[in-house]
Design a protein around this ligand. Structure first.
Ligand code: SF4
Length: 147
């Protein structure tokens, strides 16, 4: 699945409709989260694979700061991400192409952040604060409470 990441963040710059792959992945991971927890993160996520297979070679592999794992911090980042995402969707032209650009941009920016913190800290530092990871954890804890 690692190939999906360059396909979106590089290919998407030329073919914005590739951004819809991000939407497809988001839907898939949310469904999986309900039944299998963070299965997506450990087995399918293209960015997770990139972080483990590529970024790990350049990372200092330090301990992930405890601050990153604190729920208020993770939910604040989630809220920030959703605000930025929603703002872009609202202000974009109402075309399929423009929405595709939004998905590509969000994927590109979050990947750059993952690289930016992954090298000096730990390759999986982003995963501690990833909004999709936070959401998967929440969905899974809710589904377990229901069972
Ligand atoms: S936490 Fe986010 S980036 Fe990391 S593996 Fe999960 S979905 Fe992918």
């Amino acid at each position: 699945m690692i190939w999906l990441l360059p396909l979106v963040v590089v290919g998407g710059l030329f073919v914005p409709l590739l951004g819809y792959l991000v939407l497809l992945m988001m839907i898939t991971l949310l469904i999986l989260a309900y039944f299998r927890g963070r299965f997506w993160c450990w087995h399918l996520c293209p960015r997770g694979a990139f972080l483990d297979l590529v970024l790990a070679k350049f990372s200092l592999k330090k301990k992930i700061p405890r601050l990153f794992t604190k729920p208020p911090v993770r939910w604040a980042i989630f809220a920030l991400f959703m605000l930025a995402f929603t703002f872009q969707l609202i202000t974009a032209d109402k075309t399929w192409l423009a929405f595709g650009v939004v998905f590509v941009r969000m994927c590109l920016v979050t990947t750059l952040i993952a690289i930016f913190i992954g090298i000096p800290i730990n390759q999986r530092a982003w995963c501690a604060i990833c909004p999709m990871g936070t959401l998967q954890g929440k969905i899974n804890s809710c589904s377990r409470r229901k069972k």
